[in-house]
Design a binder for this molecule. Sequence first.
Ligand code: HEC
Ligand code: HEC
Length: 252
Amino acid sequence: MIALFVVCLTGLSFVHPFGNPRVEPRKGLNTLLQGANIPAGAKSVLVTKCADCHSNETRWPVYARLAPGSWLIERDIVEARKKMNLSLWDQIPPDQQVALFGQMIHEAKRGDMPPLQYRLLHWDSRLTSTDVASLSMMETSSHQEASLSGSGDPIRGQSVFEKRCTGCHATGEGHEGPPLAGVFGRKAAGVTGFGYSAGLKNSGIMWDETTLEKWLKDPDILVPDNKMDFHVPSAQERSDLIAYFKRQKGQN
Ligand code: HEC
Ligand code: HEC
């Protein structure tokens, strides 16, 4: 009876209700992320912990031969490859690659990837804090040049600041955020007496064009577990703000 049952399930596993991800040709793990300009540490995390679903280099476990489990695994892989296939990296347009780096970091920080069902079967696949830090080193801003090339306007920056930031960053005590006068060129978490997050305190960051650009674009990417619940999506506004901070310091 049991044998018959297993034969049936094996037979069913030749049916692929969610698509058959086994047909893609494999070319070897070293063909993943071709042309991606990322640190070796980040690449190794992606290859070891993400490639089973997010590439054509899936290492199929034996139990993936039995339906209906096989269907669930296949569905995950089909969906994962649709979102991001590391085997086809060189075919992804550059701005989308940058967006994917951002998403990967985001998922990694939230602990959503790899998904729970996978972590249960591959207990060593959980991302360590070192893994998350390695992934965070991936470049997530293709517009960084905008602020570096000095296209920011300090006057516009001041008005953005007054509209968006003073709610938390007004001068004087008792606000949610620290006072920002003179922040350019200052060490992060440099206002004595303000209750900064441990993340920002230990970051060792110096506020300049590059770090401010990253912070304003997505604080969570620059400093995991910071407590500024705000970001500035517009590249132009970010450069304007940075120009404003620079001018306060008399640097332009
Ligand atoms: C068990 C298979 C599996 C593994 C392993 C896996 N993922 Fe995923 N991933 C998925 C699936 C399924 C989706 C699509 C559904 C979803 O968004 O939850 C997805 C979606 C994503 C997305 C797109 C999210 C979005 O909102 O569009 C990103 C980015 C991502 N994964 C990153 C990673 C990273 C980084 C790793 C390794 C640390 C990883 N994944 C490991 C299955 C996996
Ligand atoms: C919802 C409240 C809030 C808003 C709005 C906000 N911030 Fe912040 N900001 C914070 C908090 C809280 C911190 C401290 C973060 C920490 O300790 O992790 C912070 C920290 C900072 C720092 C680091 C300061 C230091 O001393 O190291 C900078 C720079 C900064 N914010 C810039 C801005 C700018 C520019 C804007 C407007 C575009 C803005 N923030 C809007 C809450 C806010």
